[in-house]
Design a binder for this molecule. Sequence first.
Ligand SMILES: Nc1nc2c(c(=O)[nH]1)N[C@H]1C(S)=C(S)[C@@H](COP(=O)(O)OP(=O)(O)OC[C@H]3O[C@@H](n4cnc5c(=O)[nH]c(N)nc54)[C@H](O)[C@@H]3O)O[C@H]1N2
Ligand SMILES: Nc1nc2c(c(=O)[nH]1)N[C@H]1C(S)=C(S)[C@@H](COP(=O)(O)OP(=O)(O)OC[C@H]3O[C@@H](n4cnc5c(=O)[nH]c(N)nc54)[C@H](O)[C@@H]3O)O[C@H]1N2
Ligand SMILES: [Mo]
Length: 916
Amino acid sequence: MKDVIETFVTFELDGAAVSVPAGTTIWEAAHGRGLRIPHLCHRPAPGYRPDGNCRACMVEVEGERALAASCVREAAEGMVVRTATPRAEKARAMVIELLEADQPARGVSPDRSSRFWEEAGERAPSRFPAMEEGRAPPCDRSHPAMEVDLGACIQCGLCVRACREVQVNDVIGMAGRGADTWPVFDFADPMGASTCVACGECVQACPTGALMEAAMVGDGADFDTETKSVCPFCGVGCQVSLRSKGDRIVAVDGVDGPANEGRLCVKGRFGFDYVHHPHRLTKPLIRREDAPAKGLNVDPGDWGAAFREASWEEALERAAAGLRGRGREVAGFGSAKCSNEEAYLFQRFIREGFGHNNVDHCTRLCHASSVAALLENVGSGAVTATFNEIENADCAIVIGANPVENHPVAATYLKQFAARGGTLIVMDPRGQALARHAAHMLQFRPGADVALLNSVMHVIVEEGLVDRQYVKGFTENWAAQERHLAGFAPERVEGLTGIAPDAVRAVARAFAGARAGMIFWGMGVSQHVHGTDNARCLISLALMCGHVGRPGTGLHPLRGQNNVQGASDAGLIPMFLPDYRSVADPDARGGYAALWGAEVAPEAGLTVTEIMDAVHAGGVRAMYVLGENPAMSDPDLAHARGALAKLDHLVVQDIFLTETANYADVILPASAFYEKAGTVTNTNRQVQMGRPAVPPPGEAREDWRVIRDLANACGLGWTYEHPREVFAEMAGMMPSLANITWERLEREGAVTYPSLTPEDPGQPIVFGDGFPREGGRARFAPADVVPPDELPDAEYPMVLTTGRQLEHWHTGSMTRRASVLDAVEPEANCSLHPSTLRRLGVEAGGMVTLETRRGAVTLMARADRAVAPDMVFLPFAYVEAAANLLTNPALDPYGKIPEFKFAAVRAFAAKGAAAE
Ligand SMILES: Nc1nc2c(c(=O)[nH]1)N[C@H]1C(S)=C(S)[C@@H](COP(=O)(O)OP(=O)(O)OC[C@H]3O[C@@H](n4cnc5c(=O)[nH]c(N)nc54)[C@H](O)[C@@H]3O)O[C@H]1N2
Ligand SMILES: Nc1nc2c(c(=O)[nH]1)N[C@H]1C(S)=C(S)[C@@H](COP(=O)(O)OP(=O)(O)OC[C@H]3O[C@@H](n4cnc5c(=O)[nH]c(N)nc54)[C@H](O)[C@@H]3O)O[C@H]1N2
Ligand SMILES: [Mo]
């Protein structure tokens, strides 16, 4: 726990009296005072333990005969340390000279090895003989992203600490003896054949370039600019440093941001080059008069038969002409991949320009149900604690989320928590990667969350583990909840959940008995017809244990897109203005009407899937789609694609000619995230500054500017010249952004909201003294078991579940165009249990057809014991086997989220495929 009282020690450092917290190393104390002590095996970054093996940091301690390694030696009361005595300097120089003898020549890998050469400084060439030829293992180029040249290895072990202790991937180890000790992957695999997940932490840590980005070897390492920004993929919001040369990004490194503390995953580190893919849209496009009928028939690399290039003037005019003055016939999908400013402008455009609230975005398909439950029972849709708070927890539940693949950097904190002895509880129908770190793994029946969670809560009541004081002080409706739970003894629901009562009891005791517990959840909870009920149960569970509002406690729905929290906060939602103020609230409407000079409609608008229905029904006839790909992500693709084809006017603003853009009348070429300035808000409520590293290609323009120009072409008269003006307008209206300014974000990089003063970095934990609901109390919402909408039967006997894979992003538009990611995961695939494959007569790697009542796809099948024998896991990134031709579009009544996680399916060997 952080709230331990710090004790200080005073010692003498190069003649000065220095006071530091107990536990501070000599190296840290020296660097804190601006003294430089060389270091190679030591990486002064969060999560790295000093090891003291390279001896490049030796100093003299008075009264001791041997020199001390300053990186591991803690300062002690009264100690007298000299860092720059001739003896210490000579010892350090000798270490460098010995190591230098074995190093490849200076400048071979200029960037990565610069740490070594920096320490070496200008010096005479080493007097020692170089390592004999052939002593180090040969260069390993088996991985698409990284190269291993152990000729440069100094056995400092940083890669091992990076892999095992920081990212907790446990792939790299040391093998061999003495001078022939080398890093190995798994046991002795080439890196490319190992279980390495390519987070690149080892590459970032290696001081010599023995482990390096393949693209950086040799000339590739050359860059002229470094720009700090935020990773454009998931809601973790890792801060990155983009190294660029001219108009190209050449490498990405992790930066010590509040969420990632220097760490990245494979997408963040190696997935950036979609930005430079030849398919990037570089000019506005207008559908040709003689184009083939709208449909999925345009090749993103060869679109000439369907579209023609146009000037921005013509394209904006054409886009506006189909929208202007059409009121309720228009609807808009905004983007959680764009900035806060862009989200705000987009919802303002639809609301002001067309007089209604038909504006929504992918949050509807994502955490809409979680947010519905949180707003209803807690009073706020955002997380109550950052995921990093797990540092202060002793128990954590991860349910319906697969962070190792989908929030990989957040997962490193969860894995570290388990490694430290924290009790990790995983509840998932699939034996996902976190299970290995879990004290309790409940692999239960899909769709049975309410039954399972109610049974856990039943035990907590039964065994008297309820935090009565918390319940009394901070909640309401407990009596009803307690009555409701009586019917959920674990024995009674075992048939539904498949979980033995003992296991339920153990989990209940662990969580309720914990001093500080957190709950993390994801799409396995939210994407059900009972998604809101699932989330209600999680809220109740946290409340009855008093696990909210203190360090190490909290509710954390892991937000998905890089800016889905921010886009939702900014009002890209049909029922809410910014900061979740209901459109039905006259005060809220009045404020914006005054600001915008236009009335805001009082009726909630249509949601993502309702808009598609309205197109079929004829009400909506024109759409503006910004940075979303509903022709792949909508739950019912036949229906969605039919709607897109039926529109008489579709404007798509994207960076690629997506499946959705296939149906467009006008395509506006946008900037990628690394090409524009803008703020984004991550899952932790951290508002962070994104900065442009390279210009948009060709005539592509920043999204905020395109939205403004289109709004103006529709007659709105907006005068924004920079996103900072938009931010100021938003912040002026949104209490959540109090004390946060563009200038502050530029300076500090990140501020967590709520920030209580202009200096407050923000509150990682909220609701310690009550909830933003009437009376300040959170509410228990008893939930009953609602079965999945479509149950397996004789015709469709298995359960289809859909989701994600580490290397791919949703509909694949970005990651299938990122060279490393596409090389690692190039082919459409699904996963089934090996026994199921055997039953179907399909070999692992063979082709299988999956069919539901709505459609069929044929794709490669992997054998995966983590998938239950009667289930199929299907990722939705692959257009050639689009998952959402199969999924069930049935909706949760509160969040209006579709049941992506459960459909009845049958699987069989694909025709023509080898069935033995
Ligand atoms: N690599 C990658 N990362 C991503 C994304 C991506 O596309 N690719 N997308 C981002 C976005 S927008 C989001 S929303 C997040 C989503 O991140 P997650 O929520 O982790 O996403 P999923 O893979 O859809 O599903 C999560 C888990 O739910 C489990 N599950 C399935 N059915 C049930 C059930 O009935 N009950 C329970 N309790 N669990 C069930 C699955 O087995 C799976 O392990 O990821 C974000 N990160
Ligand atoms: N079967 C199934 N379907 C699902 C889900 C599931 O679990 N299973 N999950 C659902 C969830 S949680 C989500 S969040 C949705 C995601 O659904 P979408 O949001 O539709 O999916 P993405 O592929 O992320 O689409 C983002 C688009 O933005 C573009 N883009 C990227 N950067 C920029 C930029 O800076 N500017 C502009 N203008 N465009 C940009 C990309 O090229 C891409 O076309 O999918 C949902 N669909
Ligand atoms: Mo999502």
